[in-house]
Design a binder for this molecule. Sequence first.
Ligand code: IMP
Length: 431
Amino acid sequence: MSNNITIVGLQWGDEGKGKLTDFYSENAAAIVRFQGGNNAGHTVIVNDKTYKFNIMPSGVLHGKLAVIGNGVVLNMSRLIEEITALRADFEITPKNLLVSENAALIIPGLHPEMDAIFEGASGKAAVGTTKRGIGPAYMDKIGRFAIKAGDLLFPDSLPEKVDRLLFLHNAIRRGCGEKEASASHILDYLNECGEALSPFIGNVGQRLYEIKKSGGRIIFEGAQGSMLDIDHGSFPMVTSSNTIAAQASIGTGVPPSEIGFVLGIVKAYTTRVGNGFFPTELNDEVGEYLGKAGSEIGVTTGRSRRCGWFDAPLAARSAYLSGVNGAVITKLDVLDELSEIKVCVGYEIDGEKVPFLFNAKDEAMSKVVPIYETLPGWKTSIKGMKNLADLPTNARRYLDFIEKHIGVRIIAVSTGPERSETIEISKPVLR
Ligand code: IMP
């Protein structure tokens, strides 16, 4: 049985996956990103020092092999910035960083600009993207126009590939009244980044196969959340990649049997950045409290996150989609000061109960009314607790309630941002 771990978010992202990836990386050989790009934002605090990553897998702080898989869209200048910043404290060499030759590139000046143009033209239908060029870069990948990291190893082939890419982009830019992009600028950028990154570019599938053969553990680190999945999320208000566990296989080149233990990360309440339905959203002082107490500001864009009560059907659906084997509840301490805590346990439309699975579309979901159960709060600080037995009875009751309603065993609880502020209940091991 595989001893790998795949970490996915069960809400709309920002569940605290970075901290947990870091927490579980100690015994791992490699930490691998398999989708998304620098739209993700991970904050990891180690020894009072805060590290913010957009693209680098979180576990790099343990000196493990950090891998960027083929399913990622790669902004090379951002990666170079992160490598440079990390080099103040860590050695980053081809021994501990590998970039898939098949990762499609996000090209500054093309993809982020197209993202901004599309968003700007969409009015009320705008997704509220991070404007990092994620959607346009995946468009080019699926349309087979993309330039991939491995192309940088063959600089002589680049002019033709850039011309082909610009045939498409400049047609769109002309149509949108924008200035055409220059091939020579893009070539200079690609060659410059190629020089810096080519030692890191290689065959990810092969390397992961070798790690598996030698018995090493691989951690697949998901970005965004299940509700932002391009196929199974709240389309069109989603990101442009598949965010559920199955993508760990497709986005890295390992078979589905190597996904291993699927760990679902879920916040003790719900947040969302960007537009789209959010049945348990709170536009009142409790919502404000959650935002403040939980520091709910986006790492990537600095935007305030929308906040609401825990939505159990939503988390249960996400857990089902990824075949989650164990859940981690994060930010439980954020609820410390509330005297009552509500949990959504179902939905109704016009007084009729509806299951979540029926439709994740905005048109239907924006009509649902959550059915709540109210639990008593614990009104005491649990910040930094490390033992389940130390939690107040009402906090334990809240966890039991969530566990029952999402149908997944809780294997850990996070009680603060530091790696040490974690209650470990059981190990992420397939039985
Ligand atoms: P994009 O991924 O930049 O195209 O943005 C699409 C949607 O996904 C927007 O609603 C973003 O706010 C959201 N999104 C993208 N990345 C993250 C993330 O890491 N956390 C939370 N939301 C995200």
